[in-house]
Every structure is written in structure tokens, then in C-alpha cells.
Write a protein that binds this ligand. Structure first.
Ligand code: HPA
Length: 270
């Protein structure tokens, strides 16, 4: 076990199988979490601290809807200047802690013309245009070098998200997430090109985490909060404030979605 994993295991006797990574717009779920233990990233060896407004920077262990979970409040982004290795270190640590299933959440810009700001989208697949791959580098002992991504997002875990949305009467779109490195937003020409490539939403995270989680054998599901329409889809300029504002407006919906997901997850354990 890594030093980071050992530190996390020492926090409590809970041994969750499920972990949730909170992106912008999803932090409100913390108010529904029965926290057993918490640790700032600065106290976990190897974790990078995050500098983005709207992102916490803390690992929590607790129960969500009676389900044991590890929650990562805030993530390390590639655009902050971290290496891909740093940006995915937390996911490797979760695997080392015995996490089997990972729910990733993020904020994304809507490319699909049917989407509105405040919608939620289940990722069915992704397109990696970050210009690099988190598995680049020396082969890791015991882990596959060439990871199969033909079903990156797990159908059974994703079905729980669909069921959770249905239970809450929340519309959950299904679409393809395209990842860019950021941190600039896209140009309208780029968004037009991404639409042609088959993308429904665009964002600056999640994909490296999915790839590493798949290498570690975890099942992954992912949900985007469509915080804004992508560049050129709406005529107004994009801003991080708009992303945060939309996240704030629909925070209750996102929190209920995650909590119901966690409840259904426990009910579907063998
Ligand atoms: N583009 C890229 N990343 C994003 C966006 C966007 O429009 N909205 C939230 N994250």
C-alpha cells in the first residue's frame, strides 16, 4: 500500500468500495454526507493542493445515503501546471485503498444544441483531446500497458445514475464528453469542430482520471453538470463565474442525484 493510502486507511475503520470525485457544481452533496473523517489534501503524502475557486481540496470518509464512501472534494487539474501523474495520483491512491467503483463529476460546456445550462449529462464515452495520456511513461508493474477503453464508462454503474435521476425526476442527458487541456475556453470554431467529431459537452478534467481508473481495474461512471453553453453555441462570453453560478443554481439537484446514486449503489451490492 502507498503512503497516501495508508494515511487514508488510518482515518477510520470504514472500508468504502465507492468513491466520488466532486467537480464544480457538485460540492453541495457534502451537506448530506455523514462525515466520519476528513483530511485536507495538504496532509496526504503525494496529493497536490488545488488552486481553483469552487474546488475544495479535502478528502472525506463517511456515509452518503447510508453507503460508505470516500469523497474527493476538489481535484487536481492538468491546466494548473500539474503533471498527468499528479493529476491522477488521487485515483491511483483510491485504488490502493480498495475502491472498486468511481463516480466522477465535473462541470462542462454544452455543445449539443438540445442542452441547456443547468442540465446534467451522463457520460457514455469520451474523446481525449488533452494532447497527452496519463499512462505515458514507464510501464507500471502489475498493470496493463495498453488499456482497453472500448467501454470506459461502466454500463451497470451508469444504469444506477439513470435510475437515480429517474427517482428524482431529474432529466439526465446521455452524451460524449470531450476533454481539452484548458485553461482557456474554446473558440467557436473549435466547438463547431468538436460537434462534428461527435462531442456533446466539453471540459477540462475527468478523462485522465477515467483512463487511470480503468488501468487500475475500477468501474467508472461520470456525470457532467452543463454549467454553460459552449463558445459560439450561445452568443455571450464564457466565464468561470457563470460556471460557478449555474453550479450554485442547480446544486440541490446535483446533490440529490449523487445521494440517490449512493443509496442505489448499496442496494445493488452482492
Ligand atoms: N469549456 C471547457 N470546460 C468547461 C466549460 C467550457 O465551456 N464549462 C465548464 N467547464
Amino acid at each position: 500500500m502507498t503512503n497516501a493510502a495508508a494515511r487514508i486507511q488510518k482515518l477510520s475503520l470504514l472500508r468504502p468500495r465507492l468513491a466520488i470525485v466532486l467537480g464544480s457544481g457538485f460540492n453541495h452533496v457534502l451537506s448530506a454526507l455523514d462525515v466520519v473523517a476528513r483530511q485536507p489534501y495538504s496532509k496526504i503524502p503525494g496529493f497536490s493542493t488545488t488552486t481553483v475557486a469552487g474546488h475544495g481540496g479535502e478528502l472525506l470518509v463517511g456515509k452518503l445515503g447510508d453507503t460508505p464512501v470516500i469523497v474527493l472534494s476538489g481535484r487536481t487539474h492538468y491546466y494548473e501546471g500539474h503533471t498527468m501523474e499528479q493529476a491522477t495520483f488521487a485515483v491511483r491512491t483510491l485504488a490502493s485503498c480498495g475502491i472498486k467503483d468511481l463516480l466522477l463529476t465535473n462541470a462542462a460546456g454544452g455543445i449539443n444544441r438540445n442542452y441547456r445550462a443547468g442540465d446534467f449529462m451522463l457520460l457514455t464515452d469520451h474523446i481525449n483531446l488533452m494532447g497527452t495520456n496519463p499512462l505515458r511513461g514507464p510501464a507500471l508493474p502489475g498493470l496493463p500497458r495498453f488499456v482497453d477503453l472500448s467501454q470506459a464508462y461502466d454500463p451497470a454503474l451508469s444504469a444506477l445514475a439513470v435510475a437515480a435521476a429517474k427517482k428524482n425526476r431529474t432529466t439526465l442527458r446521455r452524451g460524449v464528453y470531450l476533454a481539452v487541456s484548458g485553461p482557456s475556453y474554446e473558440t467557436p470554431a473549435e466547438i463547431k469542430a468538436f460537434a462534428r467529431l461527435g462531442a456533446d459537452a466539453v471540459g477540462m478534467s475527468t478523462v485522465p482520471e477515467t483512463i487511470v481508473a480503468r488501468q487500475c481495474g475500477m468501474r467508472v461512471a461520470a456525470i457532467s453538470c452543463i454549467t454553460n453553453l459552449a463558445a459560439g453555441i450561445s452568443q455571450s462570453p464564457l466565464s468561470h463565474e457563470e460556471v460557478l453560478e449555474t453550479g450554485e443554481r442547480v446544486k440541490g439537484v446535483g446533490a440529490r442525484l449523487l445521494k440517490t446514486f449512493a443509496t442505489l449503489y448499496a442496494q445493488n451490492q452482492d
